[in-house]
Design a protein around this ligand. Structure first.
Ligand code: ADP
Ligand code: MG
Length: 243
């Protein structure tokens, strides 16, 4: 279980997250919803220490960190070992083949044998529907294919959690579908995930838990069915504006 409490984050003198307390259950998918500028990315980046909150507690795997205290690089690296971030822009290595993009981390960070890493990479490529792309380069792939490679690459690291920040917002709808199908499959296999998305139909399909964030506050924190069955007028307005 990954938990945060009283997470507060400012940029300059603008406080953008106002003391958030929530948890992200393992083997479940938590979807973060909310209007643009509400702090969703900042929250996700804080969980991976890409942003540094001024205060609050971070609790993961028995490790309890106080953001108001100094946190060593070794601790941050150790936490990042257990989490993988998938970005909107894929961030594939352009000079490496698809297969090498996936095996880099397992070979150089996890110290897996090259042959074993390649075997697993091919299995993961098959899982994301790209078995025939192992020897191609990122520039030869569509956006949807690139994002599926990025997902395969994150799975190859066997993270406890995968964080995805609007993983399909750069894609045309027909390419988006392939990526969403892969994520639904991974969710079914109980990979712990936290996904920021604007796609409400997908959120409804994939989420175990929903967080609705607005203006740096959590307005809803609970099971999928309760969110989509809510009577809260602000959430109803958000849902109807998005559909
Ligand atoms: P969301 O992902 O929900 O659209 P963000 O987390 O990106 O929201 O942004 C929340 C607020 O923080 C916004 O007002 C945004 O302008 C501000 N913000 C985000 N990143 C930075 C930054 N690096 N420097 C200054 N302000 C930022
Ligand atoms: Mg964002």
């Amino acid at each position: 279980m990954l938990k945060v409490s009283q997470l507060t984050k400012s940029f300059g003198d603008q406080e953008v997250l106002h003391g958030l307390t929530t948890s992200f259950p393992d083997h479940q998918t938590t979807v973060i919803l909310g209007p643009s500028g509400s702090g969703k990315s900042t929250l996700l980046r804080s969980l991976n220490f890409l942003e540094r909150p001024e205060s609050g507690h971070y609790d993961f795997d028995g490790e309890n960190l106080d953001w108001s205290q100094p946190i060593g690089n070794a601790t941050i690296l150790q936490i990042r070992r257990h989490t993988e971030m998938v970005f909107q822009g894929y961030n594939l290595f352009p000079h490496l083949s698809v297969l090498k993009n996936i095996t880099e981390g397992p070979i150089h960070v996890l110290h897996h044998e090259k042959a074993a890493a390649q075997t697993e990479a091919r299995q993961l490529l098959a899982k994301v529907g790209l078995a025939d792309k192992a020897n191609e380069y990122p520039s030869q792939l569509s956006g949807g294919q690139s994002q599926r490679v990025a997902i395969a690459r994150s799975l190859a690291m066997h993270p406890e959690y995968i964080f995805l920040d609007e993983p399909t917002s750069a894609l045309d709808p027909e390419l988006e579908l392939g990526v969403l199908k892969v994520l639904l499959q991974i969710a079914k296999e109980k990979q712990s995930m936290i996904i920021v998305t604007h796609n409400l139909a997908f959120a409804r399909q994939v989420a175990d838990k929903i967080l609705f964030v607005e203006n740096g506050h959590i307005l809803f924190d609970g099971p999928n069915q309760d969110f989509f069955g809510t009577q809260n007028q602000r959430i109803l307005d958000f849902i109807s504006a998005m559909t």
